[in-house]
Design a protein around this ligand. Sequence first.
Ligand code: I3S
Length: 132
Amino acid sequence: QASPPEEKIKTLDKAGVLHRTKTVDKGKRLRKKHWSASWTVLEGGVLTFFKDSKTSAAGSLRQPSKLSTPEYTVELKGASLAWAPKDKSSKKNVLELRSRDGSEYLIQHDSEAIISTWHKAIAQGIQELSAD
Ligand code: I3S
């Protein structure tokens, strides 16, 4: 007998340190960008940005929620992802993630290779959830 979906084992898709900033909170544009380096976990259709980047990688993979406080969690269901237009930031390799509730986040890494793997993983997460 198949398990109901909520009993599916959460699989870790990806984790690492990214630069991120929130630009819109539920439709309201925030006045100022505060970029910070943040331990970021993509798991079970949810992208979680932790408060800091110093959480131990090995520990976080085992028990992400126990070790550090999540600052933002973004449900990928109904979200959209695109490369940020140039006027959104002077930084290179910036992704813009819009959540279903109308919040927006910029996500950046200096390495094009690294940001590309996040792009693929998040886009895939969004696509899989929209198929439900
Ligand atoms: O959209 P803005 O105002 O150009 O964003 C920049 C500011 O958030 C800036 O903070 P201060 O105003 O405290 O200097 C950041 O340091 C910059 O990184 C922001 O611009 P970029 O283009 O890096 O997203």
